[in-house]
Design a binder for this molecule. Sequence first.
Ligand SMILES: Nc1ncnc2c1ncn2[C@@H]1O[C@H](COP(=O)(O)OP(=O)(O)OP(=O)(O)O)[C@@H](O)[C@H]1O
Ligand SMILES: [Mg+2]
Length: 235
Amino acid sequence: MHPEIILETKNVHAGYGESQILWGMDLKAQRGKVTTIMGRNGVGKTTFLRTIMGLVRTKDAILFNNEEIQKRSTYKRAKKGIGYVPQGREIISKLTVYENILIGAESRKDSVRSFDEDEIYGLFPVLKDFRNRLGGNLSGGQQQQLAIARALAGKPDLLILDEPTEGIQPSITIEIAGVLNKLVEKGLSILLVEQKPDFARRLSDYYYIMDRGKVIRHSEKEKMDFDELKKLLSV
Ligand SMILES: Nc1ncnc2c1ncn2[C@@H]1O[C@H](COP(=O)(O)OP(=O)(O)OP(=O)(O)O)[C@@H](O)[C@H]1O
Ligand SMILES: [Mg+2]
């Protein structure tokens, strides 16, 4: 039993049909910490997160709170307390901001189909102002905040984010980092995929570096060699 580990993957293999992408992913994410996965384009970061969520299947062990979840549906995994913010955000453009957030509440453990508006809008005031606008009419940065709000509406213990800064202006990324730090202070655990070293450094406690479907380095932030990291990430 490792109560300090919220998520663990053991030698996880996965892919799409004949094309194998993950070649034995071993990762441990500590409770209450930010674990960050970095790696060049196409190495399998998104595939790994999708495998954790059950959107890509594996036979190998994925433990959430010490319980094997690899046979569970995506909905059950969400309901157990994993919130997922996908790459590209996947906002439903024809639904309002409020309705998009409400979708996230579907996976609350207590099955209450509403969200704490003071809490969510307190974190992202712009979403309160725009709550009746269609998701499709928001800017990229606002949609990213909406995607995070939607995941938080499910009251997750672990929040998984896939490149939340992609295509977003720096002022909003700093705002998002601030919100995430606040949530971690309150006890949320985060698994982050990020390509921008500056954003990663604002948040991360522990780093994993991926290449071709495997972990090639992992280290706590204090021991991370950022010059080497830059070399590993450059094409
Ligand atoms: N639905 C799919 N079907 C087949 N192959 C896929 C699919 N999605 C991704 N791939 C392939 O899997 C490999 C890993 O892709 P993945 O999106 O996991 O990488 P990534 O590290 O997240 O990249 P990026 O940094 O660009 O987001 C790539 O070669 C990609 O072409
Ligand atoms: Mg990706």
